[in-house]
Design a binder for this molecule. Sequence first.
Ligand code: ZN
Length: 540
Amino acid sequence: MTAAAALCLVGLSAPAAAQISAARIKEHVRVLSSDAFLGRGPAQVGDGKTIHYLARQFAAAGLEPGGTGGSWYQEVPLIRYDRVGPVAISLSVGGAALPLQTGRDITASSRIVGETRLERAPMLFVGYGIDDPAIGWDNYGAADLRGAVAVFLANDPDFEAAAPGEFGGRTMVFAGRFGAKVEAARRRGAAAVLVIHETAPASYPWSQVANSDPAPGFGLVPADPRTPGFGLTGWLHRDAAVDLFRRAGLDFEQLKAAARQKSFRAVPIGDARLSAKFTTTAVPVISRNVVARVRGSARPDETIVYGAHWDANGIGLPDPRGDTIRNGAVDNATGTATLLEIARAFATGPRPQRSVLFIGFTAEEKGLLGAEYYAANPIYPLATTAAMFNLDPHVVIGKARSLDLIGGGRTELEQDLVRVARRHGLRVDEERSPEAGWYFRSDHFAFAKKGVPALAFRAGRDLVNGGMAAGNAMIEDYNNNRYHQPSDEFDPAWDMAGARQEGQVAFELGRELANSRRWPRWNEGVEYKKVRDLSAAARR
Ligand SMILES: [Zn+2]
């Protein structure tokens, strides 16, 4: 932080009234994650109920509508893709069929409306599937991918490397994300992509992949509707992949090790051929971001954004208890509840100098779609949006001595976080699993890509009762047994002290910035800085 910037931060201490309440957060979580909201699936029955609840709560807290046309909403036009009818998938290798069962060995979806058909498409193993000119990493080389199936590993080449390499160690880089790889394969003319599922690099178990196989997919309406969608994308279970490679005379572990080298280029998987045939329908649907605003007293055209995704995973396949509602109590009723509570604190305190915007985003679980839509169609200019704070906590834990920073090393906002946290006796820890690529997995990323300095952090793991061991155990239990499942349900025994700490720090961070003239910056060398610099003239 520059000296000038630091000067802007002095004073503005909180009036005693502006406090974040654990009890109010808890009550919102209880309501939002109740079965009546049906898992808050976008464009499902729970959608309307959820957005009306949020609008009512914002109104009751004294905020003004911040959406389009003076409403509480921003319509987000989506397309829902459903796989309908039977799925025929077959794989031959070495003159014999490799038995494949959808959901058990392989998953398949498509963005081609109508029939997706592959006929004996050759299969190539493309390592980590990365084509990143910035670092000169190209797994495709001269290989002909046209009409072929690109088979790749999850994550990036440093994930299991002994020492950090070109990809910055265990922290996942964007090129390691599924979407980036699909794009790389599409550029090379591939007709299909299959990711080999291994739990650690994927960061979630096969059960989750299998559960989402028959579920509809969602996308934003393409800029050019004539652009054909991408064909088959899916996961291949590790056991099936190992078997496939073995029958093709290849050694999976050996190739995986080779794929960590920069020199690795795509190799044909013997004579393997994949055939597939299924039908996909596309239906336009509308979901909504919920937008509320506290208008700034001095510089209303300058904006601070708080965001939390209101959606969860809606109705799905029954779990062993027969429960089909994926309530999303932690993910992300807690973040949404904290958003409401921070909004209330702003509305009841002295009016900030800059405007403060609160957005409940839809369809985060479908690929950050609500946030991507807002970032592409901002209601308030992004050039004068000073910062975005994202609330997507992913765990309910008790009072902590720490906060977890997601994707550190990117912006000055992180120093602000450290300073405000310290005021509350909280230490800021780097996230524990940077290899999971969390920075790319929630709504702040849509803003970062557009250059808006964005910060994501969570309640920490170092619990006052039980320390790190207790916090880690709680998070592990959540990730293994509840995350995205019907069992992510409200528990009346929850201690929301950690959520309150997180909310209080987020509130004070935004309030400082809303009462300053400061424009937080990206760190030197961070890719989003270039985008931000393009609009520098708009910020004085
Ligand atoms: Zn979430």
